[in-house]
Design a protein around this ligand. Structure first.
Ligand code: NAP
Length: 341
């Protein structure tokens, strides 16, 4: 079993599940500053599967923290990988034979099952830690539990930011994680915590919650945000000389959401069972507000018609109260009322 580390002064975790350390004993699961600092000596070998926009974004940060990063993807990213300091493999077998301690799935939600089923899991060490960053969580959780050998540890995560929102740093940005299955031996605990430390030390706000809870919250927040961004994108919001702050934030929303792939957006909808309910709620809310507006208008028109018809058969509705497109409707209504009287 080969141990792997890119650092000379480091705690080394090897594939067999034992560890050696040159620092004093510490609580492997603690997130106190001093234990995180001690653990920062742990250098992991991390294999990223799916080296697209988000995989590359994460890889840069992981490499900068001194971890050894390997990548495999359907497309050839060897050039961009070498620029970042990542070893790129165009064959998944070759990457797995490097025995990374962590496999980090950064594939699109829609392709994850196919990619996972195609991985040569038998080439990995028995105690490999599998993590993912998918924007939905119940789906990869059940997929991992179903397809991964029972010796593998499972950590489901979702960095709640992307290359745009996290471009100037990750400080205070939320990072959700669920330790779905992490063995209790110190090595396994340390490995999982060392992986989480990548985000901890970058300043992320660490939020531990179940995958089911995540999906409920994310449908009510992230899915709605992306949905509104996509809807507003269709309106092609122009830059005007009198943009208000509110309008600017709408334009920013379009920028922040519409740049993500449509596949990602579709995944948020299809693979989160709570998303349909949120879509129905949005339909309902839109209709409610429209009804509120037209109800108010009808009320004014009716009130004025009643008033006018009780005083005179000449009906004048205050034109100032009507939108241009309603003036014709108001005219038709007056004709009907006059005909009846
Ligand atoms: P994405 O469109 O969701 O995923 C692109 C990745 O999926 C690429 O690595 C691509 O590989 C791979 N892929 C797509 N179809 C494939 C197929 N049929 N077979 C094999 N691989 C396939 O865009 P992304 O922004 O990079 O997101 C990646 C993951 O991170 C997603 O699960 C997403 O939910 C999650 N995430 C994204 C963000 C964000 O802000 N973008 C934030 C948090 C989490 P190739 O490039 O090699 O084709």
């Amino acid at each position: 079993c080969s141990s792997s580390s890119s650092s000379s002064a480091s705690i080394i975790i090897n594939g067999s599940g034992s560890s050696t350390t040159n620092s004093s004993v510490f609580d492997a699961s603690s997130s106190s500053d001093s234990d995180v600092k001690k653990r920062s000596e742990v250098k992991l070998k991390i294999g990223i599967i799916g080296f697209g926009k988000f995989g590359q974004f994460l890889a840069k940060r992981i490499v900068s923290q001194g971890h050894d990063v390997l990548a495999y993807s359907r497309s050839d990213y060897s050039r961009v990988a070498s620029e970042i300091g990542v070893r790129f493999f165009s064959d998944a077998d070759d990457l797995c034979e490097e025995h990374p301690q962590v496999i980090l799935l950064c594939t699109s939600i829609l392709s994850t099952e196919r990619v996972l089923r195609s991985l040569p899991l038998h080439r990995l060490r028995r105690s490999t830690l599998f993590a993912d960053v998918l924007s939905v969580k119940e789906f990869p959780r059940s997929l991992f539990l179903q397809l991964l050998p029972s010796d593998f540890d499972i950590l489901c995560t979702h960095p709640m930011f992307g290359p745009d929102s996290g471009k100037s740093g990750w400080d205070s940005l939320p990072f959700v994680f669920d330790k779905v299955r992490v063995g209790s031996t110190p090595t396994r605990v340390t490995r999982s915590e060392a992986f989480l430390d990548i985000f901890r030390t970058a300043g992320c706000r660490m939020v531990e919650m179940s995958c089911a809870e995540h999906d409920k919250h994310a449908a009510g927040s992230q899915f709605i945000t992306h949905m509104m961004g996509r809807v507003l994108e269709k309106l092609d919001l122009e830059n005007t000389p009198i943009n208000t702050r509110g309008y600017e934030s709408l334009r920013n929303l379009v920028d922040n959401t519409a740049r993500d792939s449509f596949e990602l957006f579709y995944g948020l909808f299809l693979y989160n069972k709570n998303a349909t309910e949120q879509l129905d709620r949005m339909d309902w809310a839109f209709e409610m507000v429209k009804k509120q507006l037209s109800g108010y208008l009808h009320h004014l028109v009716r009130k004025q018609l009643m008033l006018e018809s009780s005083n005179t058969h000449e009906n004048h509705v205050d034109n100032k109260l009507l939108l241009p497109e309603n003036k014709q409707k108001q005219h038709d209504l007056v004709v009907v009322v006059n005909d009846r009287s």
